[in-house]
Design a protein around this ligand. Structure first.
Ligand code: ADP
Length: 216
């Protein structure tokens, strides 16, 4: 499968991407995870990206394209990939189109995960994340709590609220989404690749996507 997942922060892209990879061995490629790993490792990329990420704004397109150009050519991407959090702007979508043409591959589908704003806000403010960059398990204070001592059930590292998941940063991220990323819905509609899903259940969305791909 070669899929792009579109959706506001909190729409469930990460969860859906993980479920899809379990289905056929395609890799999940999340620019957010790659960037957080780089920040944690203190690499040059991380140092450049950190200030944009913490404010809730976007990392410059040129930096993102550099990351993705390398990532999509790694051997594990040959089996297929689920792009989660990329592209996020029209220039990134155009860059991806050029890159895929160069690599001689095509996307199967771009899935727009359309979740109401009140659900998004509730999910984001209650979300917690494992601080271990190799784990990054996601928790929710209401629906999926971490261990009572605040550590990860999988790896034992502290579970934290991300710096970009304070109310202030969330407001910026949603505004950024509406301004910079929502126009991709139109872009991919015109490319005849778009499928919109409205369910709040990731299981149902995954089934829908798999059905769509089999059809194609
Ligand atoms: P979200 O939960 O908002 O989808 P991500 O984990 O995908 O968050 O990304 C976290 C942050 O990393 C974003 O707020 C942004 O600063 C940066 N980022 C991730 N992907 C991109 C991208 N494709 N273009 C620009 N910035 C990005």
């Amino acid at each position: 499968m070669r899929i792009v997942l579109l959706g506001a922060p909190g729409a469930g892209k990460g969860t859906i991407a993980k479920q899809l990879t379990a289905h056929d061995g395609s890799v999940q490629i999340s620019t957010g995870d790659i960037l957080r790993g780089a920040v944690k490792a203190g690499s040059e990329l991380g140092t450049k990206a950190q200030k944009y990420m913490e404010s809730g704004g976007l990392v410059p397109d040129s930096l993102i394209m550099e990351i993705m150009e390398a990532r999509l050519q790694e051997p594990d991407a040959k089996k297929g990939f689920i792009l989660d959090g990329f592209p996020r702007t029209i220039p990134q979508a155009q860059g991806l189109k050029v890159l895929l043409a160069k690599l001689g591959i095509k996307l199967d589908v771009v899935v727009n995960i359309d979740v109401p704003k009140d659900v998004i806000l509730d999910r984001l403010t209650t979300r917690r994340t494992c601080s271990n960059p190799d784990c990054q398990e996601i928790y929710n204070v209401k629906s999926k709590p971490a261990s009572p001592d605040g550590t990860c059930l999988k790896c034992g590292s502290p579970v934290i609220q991300r710096a970009d998941e304070t109310e202030e940063a969330i407001t910026v991220r949603l505004a950024t989404y509406n301004e910079k990323t929502a126009p991709l819905i139109d872009f991919y509609q015109k490319e005849a690749l778009l499928k919109t899903v409205k369910s709040l259940s990731s299981d149902e969305i995954v089934k829908d996507i798999i059905r769509e791909i089999k059809k194609g």
